[in-house]
Design a protein around this ligand. Structure first.
Ligand code: DC
Length: 215
């Protein structure tokens, strides 16, 4: 049996990788896993328990008791949960506990056609032999503007400067952690969305994916 195609999409916060992953999966008829959601569930569980997401014991306890009902929690996409997700993501025991689920999704995606996974370490650690790898990025200022507008539309009162500061410290934490840091895999295609709107970015991503699947 030949392996199904796997598309790995990595990049920093608010680079557009989530929207790209969703759109590419829909266009190709593949299943999509937003792996940041898994780290957000763990981070939110720690916050709800009144603990510090930087506390290794609290994060490990939360991942062991993975509470999937938090997928429906309105706080899942908040800026605070994003920071907590980045903090628990620096914990090797949390990453280890989430590894098998992600690899299993890639190998046996719902629908049986192929998988798109987006995150920080998909092309480097989770699926190093992915069929196609994309590394999506944009300048911190452009990413902060996008995230600020998104949070504002959901009623957040966070300023653009605060959002930029969050993004810069999250980038730093995600890129400098010793285990599975955010990095472009050597064989990943770089997609800089600084000057691109989402339609142009999707068109470019699909061109790369279709060309790779033809070869
Ligand atoms: O993609 P996101 O903003 O929902 O991710 C939230 C945080 O989760 C991110 O800052 C770092 C962590 N994360 C990770 O460490 N590894 C992944 N594969 C996905 C997310």
């Amino acid at each position: 049996m030949t392996a199904l195609p796997v598309i790995a999409i990595d990049g920093p916060a608010a680079s557009g990788k989530g929207t790209l992953a969703r759109r590419v999966a829909a266009a190709m008829g593949f299943a999509h896993l937003d792996t940041g959601t898994l780290y957000r569930v763990v981070g939110l569980a720690v916050l709800k328990a009144g603990k510090d997401p930087g506390d290794a014991g609290a994060a490990t306890a939360a991942v062991k008791a993975l509470d999937l009902s938090l997928l429906e929690d309105h706080a899942l996409r908040s800026a605070e949960t994003g920071v907590a997700a980045s903090q628990v993501g620096a914990n090797p025991a949390v990453r280890e506990a989430l590894l098998e689920f992600q690899r299993n999704f890639a190998a046996h995606p719902p629908g049986g056609q192929g998988a798109v996974l987006d995150g920080r370490d998909i092309g480097t650690i989770i699926c190093p032999t992915a069929t196609v790898k994309l590394f999506v990025t944009a300048t911190p200022q452009v990413r902060a503007r996008r995230r600020y507008l998104e949070l504002f539309s959901h009623g957040s009162s966070r300023t653009e400067a605060e959002v930029l500061a969050d993004i810069c410290s999250r980038d730093h934490r995600d890129m400098s952690r010793p285990v599975a840091p955010l990095a472009q895999a050597p064989d990943a295609h770089l997609l800089d969305t600084t000057q691109l709107d989402i339609e142009a970015a999707v068109a470019l991503a699909l061109e790369i994916v279709r060309a790779a699947l033809r070869t």
